[in-house]
Unconditional design. Structure first.
Length: 233
């Protein structure tokens, strides 16, 4: 049966099974995040999934308790509103685990996991066991096994590079030459001219399709005349 309201002939047993399965699925998803040191891990995903399941059970209880009220009554019921509020509310938790530092963004996968955990919990809460189990399995599979494919995917890598030089030295052509020889492209550039300190600072955002090469660039740039300081991240 697609939607199961009872288990072993008991509604209470069905509720217990729903909560247990939602907790198990959410915990398994969160366990993978916990292993990678993410702020939202085992307990967070377990609670999100189980709480979403409970909210769907409560939504179903509204209909079971008040479903016989005639349409002409002043009481209007829409159990679907509870599900809608779960989807909207989980966005606040997801936003809390997303961190942005310059061009680097962390936490998107964890936020998606929380959304998945909420959906799985809602599915179990409605008694839709089969799609909920399948969704949980696909989610866990993608987290564990697809991560191993990431090193094989060719993607851009961004490097923040700052070079401080003496104000009377002009090394920009030399920098461009080094970047061109290493196949590095300049994605963004900023310049800070400080006459009091006698310094000129270039801030680059570089992108390329190779492995990280901050140390290699630092060694090459340090050989240029007039370089006082180099910083990369």
């Amino acid at each position: 049966m697609y939607f199961a309201d009872t288990m072993f002939g008991s509604y209470e047993a069905g509720v217990a099974v729903k909560l247990f399965l939602a907790s198990l699925a959410g915990g398994l998803i969160g366990l993978e995040r916990e292993k990678h040191g993410r702020p939202a891990g085992l307990r967070t995903h377990l609670l999100v999934s189980m709480a979403s399941c409970l909210m769907m059970i409560v939504s179903e209880a509204f209909f079971l308790k008040y479903g016989e009220i005639p349409g002409t009554s002043v009481v209007r019921l829409d159990p679907g509103r509870v599900a809608a509020q779960i989807i909207a509310g989980i966005g606040f938790i997801g936003a809390g685990v997303i961190l942005k530092d310059g061009l680097s963004v962390r936490g998107l996968t964890t936020a998606a996991c929380l959304w998945l955990a909420a959906g799985v919990g809602m599915g179990f809460g409605m008694g839709a066991y089969f799609p909920s189990v399948v969704a949980a399995i696909i989610g866990i599979f993608s987290l564990i096994f697809l991560k191993r494919l990431e090193p094989l995917i060719k993607k851009d890598r961004f490097l923040h590079l700052s070079v401080v030089i003496e104000i009377d030295k002009e090394i920009y052509p030399g920098l461009e030459r080094i970047f061109a020889e290493r196949g590095v492209q300049i994605s963004d550039i900023a310049c800070d001219y400080n006459r009091d300190r006698g310094e000129l600072r270039y801030d680059f955002i570089l992108t390329q399709h190779r492995q990280r090469m901050g140390r290699e660039l630092t060694a090459l740039i340090s050989d240029l005349d007039g370089v006082k300081k180099i910083r990369f991240k």
